[in-house]
Design a protein around this ligand. Structure first.
Ligand code: UDP
Ligand code: MG
Length: 395
């Protein structure tokens, strides 16, 4: 089922960024026979080309042609374009300063380890020059591809769209602000090579302030306690997943993408690797406390009925208390112990108390109903305005 991205028939799948500086010699890696073979092996599930149905709703019409450039997908290009060992999806919102460092460090680490890498940068409606920076990076490096979303759809939506476009034997998700270290990514990848569906990072240390660290602690533990599946504590989205696993993840039909929860829900061989989380290299965190709260609510509500059960339990206790209170008042009345004039304040407070509880439980119900409403509308997870790829890049 196509879940996240709308297809408009006849609309081109991708826009190709072409620029005079893109015309470069075919690199040795491009011509490696193993890649060509794997691309041609029909039994290789990882080599699956993206189905048209999983295409995206692109804003622009025709492939863009810039001076000196050409819209591509030539025969030669399809031959040299092979699937990378690892495709890294990095969502970016206002990360103009971090992206060049991210690409440089990732390419350096992976080149040293001889891992053929593709970097898929997803611009999630940035207000700064992130989209232009991605364009330049795509023009400069065949390993870099870009998706520019039509507006800010949120971190989880940006990851989900990236995962739909990612092609590689293994697919990784990491933040664009370098809080997730490229060397750790290599460690996760190496662990994946020894056999696993998912290798996820567990943060053993964080660099945020005390308040945010406490907020994260509470958030992870609350979700882990209440979820009806085991969601690992202190693990974010930083992970390496097998391509088959990602194909299954992409099949999950919900619009509300709490990716780390969906990842846990799928099960399989999941391995934790402890990592330290660095401080942001530049810029300010995009997750405000409010966004973090929304993420926590998404996690809680997508994977747990506990909030609804809490509402029922509160209702049960309040009713039981009211019943006992009524009995007590009746007994007092018959025994002549009821003080005259008593009750006005009690009634007022009870009404307020019950009114508050009712609003609270309606609110909890509303959180679920709102999400059901979002799901039934079946809108795409995000709208892609542009797909950018280098002339000699992976397809
Ligand atoms: N991000 C995004 N869309 C958003 C908010 C954040 O794509 O609406 C990206 C952001 O650029 C970063 C990652 O998600 O690469 C994590 O965000 P951030 O660093 O603000 O979160 P934190 O690390 O503080 O949890
Ligand atoms: Mg961050």
């Amino acid at each position: 089922m196509d879940i996240g991205l709308l297809t408009i028939p006849g609309m081109p799948r991708s826009l190709v960024l072409s620029h005079p500086c893109q015309r470069r010699a075919i690199s040795r890696r491009d011509l490696e026979p193993k890649d060509v073979c794997q691309e041609q092996d029909p039994s290789d599930h990882h080599g699956e080309r993206p189905s048209r149905r999983s295409s995206e709703w692109t804003r622009s019409g025709a492939p863009r042609r810039e001076p000196g450039g050409s819209a591509m997908i030539s025969g030669r290009a399809s031959l040299i374009r092979a699937k990378p060992d690892l495709c890294v999806v990095a969502p970016a919102h206002d990360e103009e300063q971090n992206l060049p460092i991210l690409v440089r460090e990732l390419l350096a680490v992976m080149a040293q380890a001889s891992v053929a890498i593709q970097i898929l940068l997803v611009d999630d409606g940035s207000r700064d020059r992130t989209a232009e920076v991605i364009r330049q990076l795509v023009a400069d490096h065949p390993e870099v591809q870009g998706l520019v979303l039509a507006r800010n759809f949120g971190h989880q939506a940006a990851i989900s769209v990236g995962l739909r476009h990612a092609k590689g034997r293994a697919i990784a998700v990491m933040d664009a602000d370098l809080q997730d270290r490229p060397v750790d990514l290599l460690a996760l990848y190496r662990r994946w090579q020894t056999g696993a569906d998912v290798v996820y990072a567990v943060r053993r240390s964080r660099q945020e302030g005390m308040f945010m660290r406490a907020a994260y602690r509470v958030f992870y533990r609350m979700v882990a306690r209440t979820a009806n599946i085991p969601i690992p504590v202190d693990s974010g989205d930083f992970c390496v997943m097998d391509a088959r696993f990602v194909a299954q993840l992409n099949q999950l039909p919900e619009r509300l993408r709490y990716v780390r929860g969906l990842r846990a829900w799928l099960g399989g061989r999941q391995v934790a690797v402890p990592v330290d989380r660095d401080a942001r290299r530049a810029g300010v965190p995009q997750y405000t406390l409010f966004k973090l709260f929304r993420l926590a609510a998404d996690g809680l509500i997508s994977f747990s009925y506990v909030p609804l059960q809490v509402a029922s339990i509160i209702g049960f206790f309040v009713s039981a208390t009211a019943f006992m209170g009524a009995l007590t008042v009746l007994v007092w009345k018959f025994m002549g112990l009821l003080p005259s004039g008593a009750g006005t304040a009690t009634i007022a407070l009870s009404v307020l108390f019950l009114g508050g509880l009712q609003l609270l439980t309606i609110g909890i119900l509303g959180e679920y109903v709102g999400r059901v409403f979002d799901e039934v509308k079946r809108r795409p997870v995000a709208v892609i305005a542009e797909v950018l790829q280098h002339e000699n890049g992976h397809d």
